[in-house]
Design a protein around this ligand. Sequence first.
Ligand SMILES: NC(=O)c1ccc[n+]([C@@H]2O[C@H](COP(=O)([O-])OP(=O)(O)OC[C@H]3O[C@@H](n4cnc5c(N)ncnc54)[C@H](O)[C@@H]3O)[C@@H](O)[C@H]2O)c1
Length: 348
Amino acid sequence: MSEKKIIKVAVVGCGNIGKRHIAVLDANPDVKIEAICDTNEEVCQKLGALYKLNCYTDYSHMLDAIDIDMVSIATPHGLHAEQTIQALEHGYHVLVEKPMALRTEDCERMIAKAQEADRKVFVVKQNRYNKPIALTKEAIDSKRLGQIFMVQCNVMWNRHQGYYNDSAWRGVKALEGGALHTQVSHFIDLMIWWFGDVVSATTQIDTKNHDIEIEDCGVTAIRFSSGVIGSIFWTTCVYNKNYEGSITVIAENGTIKIGGKYLNEIDTWDVQSYPLPEGITFEDKPNDYGKYQGTSSNHHRVIEGIVEQFATGRKGVVEGDEALKTIRAIEMIYDSVRDAQKMQHQGS
Ligand SMILES: NC(=O)c1ccc[n+]([C@@H]2O[C@H](COP(=O)([O-])OP(=O)(O)OC[C@H]3O[C@@H](n4cnc5c(N)ncnc54)[C@H](O)[C@@H]3O)[C@@H](O)[C@H]2O)c1
């Protein structure tokens, strides 16, 4: 990993975000896409023609047929673990989309296999590169905020029933997990990055306005290992369009609210002796999928980080051991719903 060489990559999953993976990998001069794979042949062929790439509809077949350095996985959540393990067994590094997998035990198997194969599992956490996020991380790490007391995270978005109906996996528990895996995992990752592991949770969830197997509303009170306490309020039920994606930090020496709809703006920055630099602009764009929008499109920064890491050995991109913490937190949050239900039954 010491000298810069072209990284040969294959992409599996050519849907909303797979297209973005292909675009940013194609645009990076240190990367070459060798092949793409999607079970939807039409989607795959269309992209293959556009980028002049070999197309496969069978993932195992593609892995056997090509010789690459890394597989980029952008398929439904329930497939991440097995597809990662398969790629590692072929001796390939992996970049897997969030969430790393559905369960902690899946992440642990992925990490164990990566160690055994002496390969990397990178996980896409592109929001860490957003300017408001990086500024907040700097304010926390430099201790300018003093003691941090509380954090409030709101993910108040709109997803129409068609978003679920048009998809083979969205809203299906075994493939999606829950809304925390899809809409909220970036937010949880950031809070763990700032405040440490989630160590306890008390949660309510419900499915109020969609015909799906997973929740569309939830609220949880959580505690982080650093002692910070907070709440996450999440829903895909907001009327008509996305309303807010925000994190508010309440600390001894300051208040910061990162807002906009996609953690791309600073709504409040009131930090003792540490004003925002004058003339600062916020240019992180959301991902636009046509019928809806999601968090930041900074995927190119993740790819640049991987290129850098392969060339210099300098770590910078989130790997499995760190991404696992988000899945463990999600599991703890959902488990606390079951615990609360059990107590309710026992009481009645
Ligand atoms: N980082 C981000 O901000 C971000 C944004 C959007 C999606 N995502 C994540 O990316 C992943 C994909 O999401 P999406 O919105 O692109 O979904 P999508 O449904 O648009 O695309 C998934 C694609 O995978 C294909 N596929 C399904 N099973 C397959 C298999 N066995 N082999 C090969 N291809 C298969 C489907 O045909 C589809 O084209 C999810 O993990 C999602 O959470 C991340």
